[in-house]
Write a protein that binds this ligand. Sequence first.
Ligand code: SF4
Length: 366
Amino acid sequence: MTVVETETPAATRVWRPKQVLVTRSAAERPHGREIVARAEAAGVPRIELLPGDRLPSLRGATERETYANAKSTLAVVVAPPSKLRLQPIPPSADWRFDLAEGCPAHCQYCYLAGSLGGPPVTRAYANLDEVLAGLDAEVGRGSVTTGSAARDHEGTTFEASCYTDPLGIERLTGSLSAAVRHFGTHDWAGPTQLRFTTKYDDVAPLLDLPHGGRTRVRLSVNAAPVSRRFEGGTASVPNRLAALRRLALAGYPVGLTIAPIMPVDDWRTHYGELLAAAADAVRDVPGLDLTTELITHRFTPRSKEVLLGWYPHTQLEMDEDARRQKRGKFGAAKHVYPAPVMAELRGWFERELAAVLPQARVLYWT
Ligand code: SF4
């Protein structure tokens, strides 16, 4: 039996950009036109249909102004063929695919810093039909969850939140709902799962979709001092946990992305309070299917440079001397916590999760 919860938590966080720019090719696509209609209905003050496919410069007089211009703009574009090629995305999923690139929030440790070219404008893809049609070819293929003893039962997994927060822009795009519906109703060649993680809480559009249990929604959460200090423009953590509960009651497999974990002052107390609040949020959910993913903070020389341009006064610790250097697959250096700090954090989370949230399956620690 599905339990329907009627109470709605306090105001949800909904993004309204100052302007929406639509390229000519995007305006020719049905999904591009749908985004324009949504932007009109949402009262976006400026919607510009561009004469061609190039976006105008969003550069301002200063780096801060450029950042502000970009973060308050939604561009609607057609994803080029290179963006339609799926990539493996360990340790989360077999494949990464993108509904959009860029995000309206202001996290001072943003994962996208250093991987977006140019100002951080959010680009929603108008050729959603092509994006979704490209997934069939990879079903049954992959090497992250597919073939893994612990996770093969998830089916071929497709991660949609590597380059955006898809729920954060959902009221304007409708792309995420279309993807959830597609995974839930499409006749796939084998088991599949859509995965995404979010720091937003406006889950109402998702609750009644025919998701078929094929979408795992993870709420990205953190200890109060990290979230309050570094996660501008997102929903509060209590609201995210309320959203997690509503999704779980609507029958979605759900998860917690605890990230980025930081050993801030008194971290055991703060992360302990977070885990207790999460346990409260999922209490008594019938048939709960809950996972956790644990990701420690890291930065690269490039992401540090970009983040210091965006947030010059940040208090975020990005001190190379306090870190251990780890080489990535392509030789890029990442600065992670030293081994003893990692071991202490990991041991604490494993013990506490087993005690406080025993229903949660830990998918990975990194
Ligand atoms: Fe970056 Fe994710 Fe924060 Fe968006 S929600 S600003 S993508 S870290």
